[in-house]
Write a protein that binds this ligand. Structure first.
Ligand code: MSP
Length: 514
């Protein structure tokens, strides 16, 4: 089954360097991308940055930098972090690129042709942090943004409007569709919002230079969201650098999934599909709104001084620890709390003890008693409770991954590793081996644990690719040719594989709380 699969992260604002929230979304998307590749699909994994708008213009101004130079600097920081986190993206979109501008212009002309644009007057309270007009109580004279805790700014200007209201019915049908919005709680929130009636929204700004010019309207630049959402299209064109918005160049569209935070769900599940319908294009197939991360129970923010720098976390715990903790401990879709003690405990327990020690002690026994070859004729016939259990756990893992439930998938791996440890302890091969007549039985026991380790190594791949590679390397397995369909059957570990000398695949994290 080879399917095209397009997956996107949000395009991150370049007002600041990447934080834990952006790392979280991107790691989750990377896990999905790797999972689908191992399933034999042709994946286009797109990420990038959202570079225009007032927020970015002001940030650059405050640093006395030209906006483009400021954007170059921050975009480089994103790329640097994604490389450190082993993010396997295929495309990195920059909305300040000329290719993107060309796509925005072509898209706009399609929307114009549908007669969906008109000039109107927009007055209201604006949050520059959200780049969004906010609904406020009528008698509130100094309203604040509930997210940014900053005073809103009053705006009153002539803007171009997009006829969102025209798409009320189509959007209602779309958001009801099974699987379009997940998780379910978020779907209900959007249904409620849409049922109140969709209002047209402004898609241009005056007095803002740092944006894409609107053809035919010399004082206007495009509203940053209208521009940024189109980054998904400009980044997914068949030839990334093609400037043509045509059927032929849209082979990677529609996106199979947009993964975003819950705060920007309306833009993705309502405004964006309507824009696409207006241009005669298909809406994305799925929008997944994940929750927000807090730190030790508190919202993270610059003013609170508790922002957790992903680079520091990486230096402290390493890439596998960071990826594992975020995917294994936090329910994807729900809010989650980052706790340092828990981070250390989970990583040490799961990766160093349960998985790392299992591999290490089993390889040690195998090499000691059987040198470089286990005396087995037909490994697929080696029977143990681990054979049956691995089938069950692989099924659980697959099903959960398809539901974006990384936590459950990770749990399935840990269940298998726990059972393999238990099996070793119960069978106690170190006792059995003392009697030479048990040699064959011990070889079978060791094989079934090593085979479980092989499966564990493969299943870990989308979540913690670096650790997965280290595990498979110890088992002397080439990880580059792995495909789930071919590699997850029981008995594929060659009993005469020369195992590499065991060395810990995952060091314990030392943590002193004081
Ligand atoms: N630029 C827009 C997206 C445009 S997509 C065409 C934007 N950028 S952002 O940088 O502000 O946010 C990007 C993502 O990070 C959002 O999905 C947001 O939900 C997520 N997060 C920001 N803080 C977060 C946490 N504390 N926890 C988890 N994710 C959070 O919005």
């Amino acid at each position: 089954m080879n399917m095209k699969y397009t997956i996107t992260t949000p395009l991150y604002y370049v007002n600041d360097k990447p934080h834990l929230g952006s790392s979280y979304t991107t790691i989750a998307c990377d896990a999905l991308a790797r999972f689908h590749r191992l399933n034999g699909n042709t994946v286009l994994f797109l990420t990038g940055v959202d570079e225009h708008g007032q927020k970015i213009e002001r940030t650059a101004e405050s640093k006395n930098l030209q906006p483009q130079l400021h954007c170059d600097e921050i975009a480089a920081k994103y790329k640097y972090l994604w490389d450190k986190l082993n993010i396997s993206y295929d495309r990195f979109v920059r909305t300040s690129s000329p290719e993107h501008t060309s796509i925005v212009h072509q898209f706009f002309s399609k929307v114009l042709k549908s007669d969906d644009v008109y000039m109107g007057r927009q007055s209201g309270w604006y949050c520059v942090g959200c780049e969004e007009y906010k609904d406020v109580e009528e008698n509130d004279k100094t309203p604040e943004c509930s997210i940014h805790k900053k005073e809103l700014e009053w705006r009153d200007e002539e803007n171009l409007f997009f006829k969102l209201s025209k798409y009320q019915q189509q959007i209602e049908l779309l958001i009801q569709q099974d699987g379009f919005i997940s998780p379910k709680s978020r779907k209900n929130e959007i249904i409620k919002f849409v049922s109140k009636g969709l209002k047209d929204f402004s898609i241009s700004r005056v007095n803002l230079r740092w944006g894409i010019n609107v053809p035919g309207h010399i004082d206007h630049t495009f509203y940053v969201w209208f521009d940024a959402l189109l980054g998904y299209v400009s980044g997914s064109l068949h030839d990334h650098y093609s400037l043509e918005l045509t059927e032929k160049s849209l082979t990677n569209w529609p996106a199979n999934i947009h993964v975003i935070g819950k705060d920007i769900l309306r833009f993705h599940a309502v405004y964006w599909p309507a824009m696409l319908l207006s241009a005669g294009m298909k809406p994305p197939l799925r929008v997944f709104g994940h929750g927000f991360l807090t730190r030790e129970g508190q919202k993270m923010g610059k003013s609170l001084g508790n922002v957790l720098d992903p680079i520091e976390l990486l230096e402290f715990g390493g890439i596998d620890a960071m990826r594992w903790y975020l995917l294994r401990d936090i329910e994807f879709g729900e809010d989650g709390d980052f706790q340092m003690r828990r981070f250390v405990d989970i990583v040490n327990s799961d990766l160093s003890n349960t998985i790392g020690n299992l591999l290490n002690r089993t390889i040690t026994m195998s090499k000691k008693w059987f040198s470089d070859s286990l005396p087995l004729d037909n490994p697929s016939l080696v029977d143990s409770p681990l054979k049956e259990l691995s089938k069950i756990k692989i099924n659980e893992y697959m099903k959960s991954f398809n539901d974006n439930n990384f936590k459950k998938s990770a749990n399935a791996i840990i269940d298998l590793a726990n059972s393999a440890n238990l099996y070793l302890n119960e069978r106690a091969p170190w006792k059995l081996i003392k009697d030479i007549s048990n040699t064959y039985i011990v070889a079978q026991d060791i094989y079934s644990v090593l085979e479980s380790c092989r499966l564990i190594g493969i299943l870990l791949n989308p979540l913690v690719p670096n650790l997965s590679n280290r595990i498979l390397k110890q088992l002397n397995i080439d990880s580059s040719s792995i495909l789930f369909e071919k590699s997850l059957n029981w008995g594929l570990l060659n009993p005469s594989n020369v195992l590499n000398d065991p060395s810990p695949v995952m060091d314990k994290i030392e943590f002193n709380e004081s």
